[in-house]
Design a protein around this ligand. Structure first.
Ligand code: CO
Length: 134
């Protein structure tokens, strides 16, 4: 069911410092920061040949990554995103297998303008999983 690894998201306490690290120290192509207020994050994409890294910094009150940064002050891997061909079919199969879909279970439009869902980390070896319809 899952296809390509679309991205790995890393929550960071300081987006500018993380961008410098990936651009200057690791020599990657890093996009300009983009504030996405409806998701409570500012994001910068690190483009690699075979996937992307999303650097996420909390934005505004009640950011979904604020608690993660509190528990992981240096930052850390926040989630992985896999592509699926049909997000509704994927959701229905996962639910029938007992996996928990976060929120109301309806896909939302994610950072790339495509429908996404998140799966409960306790059902997936401690890792928050995002599914994106490719
Ligand atoms: Co993501």
């Amino acid at each position: 069911m899952i296809g390509k690894l679309n991205h790995v998201a890393i929550a960071v306490p300081d987006l500018g410092a993380a961008m410098t690290l990936y651009r200057d120290t690791l020599g990657a192509v890093v996009s300009d920061p983009q504030a996405i207020s409806e998701h409570g994050v500012t994001v910068s994409f690190v483009d690699l040949d075979n996937t992307r890294i999303e650097l996420l910094e909390a934005l505004g009150e009640g950011s979904p990554i604020a608690g993660f940064i509190e528990r992981n002050p240096a930052g850390g891997i926040h989630h992985m995103c896999f592509e699926v061909a049909d997000i509704i079919a994927a959701r229905d199969k996962l639910k029938s297998d007992g996996a928990r879909v976060l929120g109301d279970g309806e896909p939302k439009i994610g950072a790339h303008g495509k429908p996404v869902l998140f799966l409960h980390p306790k059902d997936f070896t401690g890792v928050l999983i995002e599914l994106e319809q490719a």
